[in-house]
Design a protein around this ligand. Structure first.
Ligand SMILES: Cc1cc2nc3c(=O)[nH]c(=O)nc-3n(C[C@H](O)[C@H](O)[C@H](O)COP(=O)(O)OP(=O)(O)OC[C@H]3O[C@@H](n4cnc5c(N)ncnc54)[C@H](O)[C@@H]3O)c2cc1C
Length: 246
């Protein structure tokens, strides 16, 4: 099958960059940090909370030499070293990006493309509600690392692993973190906790990402419970249960 996505992005002027695996760390058996060396690309990066890239990974199920793109969030961009990190959830279901990360070895090369989408906190925000599953953790950490001390973060993450508290977390005095075990439906337990733990407050902004149904339920909390209107919240589907994208 033709790589139409690559063609569309190329037509839009989106360049691909070759990066090299420099170091691999398994934070848990299912969460892997990979340091990439990209000395020419890194100094050019415009990094802001939630900044992400498209990783091009081989997808033989779609055809010989086919590569598919999947989104991953920039972590620990180091201009001096010319490196950045991606953190991969190694999910049980087969998928080209998860499989690539599981099999990755130092010296492997892979292409990435940058994305122009940019988000920033509205001026005067005092409380930032951050919610999602573990695929959103790198983005949540990127939000907190960038926050002024006058803004309090309220974090809500749904995940069922016993060792989820071993994952990297940017912690600050005054912020709160809630790690919630899932129930049968994604986002149900998370939103129940959110409705109990967060109240509407002045100058509040809310952000969410993760599996589609979880994000949909969290968006309901933002609107119905917190009463946030357009411009006061942002959410993004990062992946869809049971869906294998192109
Ligand atoms: C802007 C953006 C930023 C993202 N940042 C990160 C990040 O920093 N780290 C990260 O790990 N992910 C991140 N994601 C999510 C990641 O792109 C998806 O999880 C992606 O679907 C994984 O691709 P895959 O090829 O492994 O699986 P796919 O081919 O996409 O899917 C194969 C199967 O696996 C299932 N699946 C996919 N992801 C998961 C999962 N996480 N848990 C359980 N089942 C899954 C699908 O439902 C499908 O059934 C981000 C996504 C976006 C859009």
């Amino acid at each position: 099958m033709a790589n139409w996505q690559r063609g569309v992005l190329r037509a839009m002027g989106v360049a691909n960059h070759l990066v090299e695996v420099q170091e691999i760390t398994d934070v848990t058996p299912w969460y892997r940090r990979i340091v990439f060396s990209a000395p020419e690309l890194v100094p050019e990066l415009d990094i802001f909370p939630t900044a992400w890239l498209r990783l091009w990974v081989p997808n033989p199920d779609r055809g010989q030499h086919h590569v598919s793109q999947r989104g991953y969030t920039f972590v620990d961009v180091n201009v001096e070293a010319g490196t950045f990190v991606l953190e991969f959830v190694l999910h049980d279901t087969k998928g080209p990006a998860g499989d690539w990360a599981r099999d990755a070895a130092v010296g492997d090369r892979v292409e990435v493309a940058l994305t122009p989408s940019k988000i920033s906190l509205p001026e005067g925000t005092r409380e930032l509600v951050l919610a999602g599953d573990v695929t959103a953790l790198p983005a949540i950490n990127s939000w907190i690392a960038d926050l002024d001390e006058s803004v309090q973060a309220r974090v809500f993450i749904e995940d069922g692993h016993d060792d989820v508290d071993a994952l990297p977390a940017v912690t600050r005095t005054g912020d709160t973190w809630n790690l919630v075990s899932p129930e049968l439906q994604r986002g149900t337990a998370l939103t129940e906790v959110m409705r109990t733990e967060v109240e509407p407050s002045a100058r509040q902004f809310a952000w969410a990402a993760g599996e589609r149904m979880l994000v949909k339920r969290v968006r309901g909390v933002f609107k119905d419970h917190l009463g946030l209107v357009r411009g006061q919240h942002f959410s993004q589907t990062y992946w869809i249960e049971g869906r294998n994208p192109a």
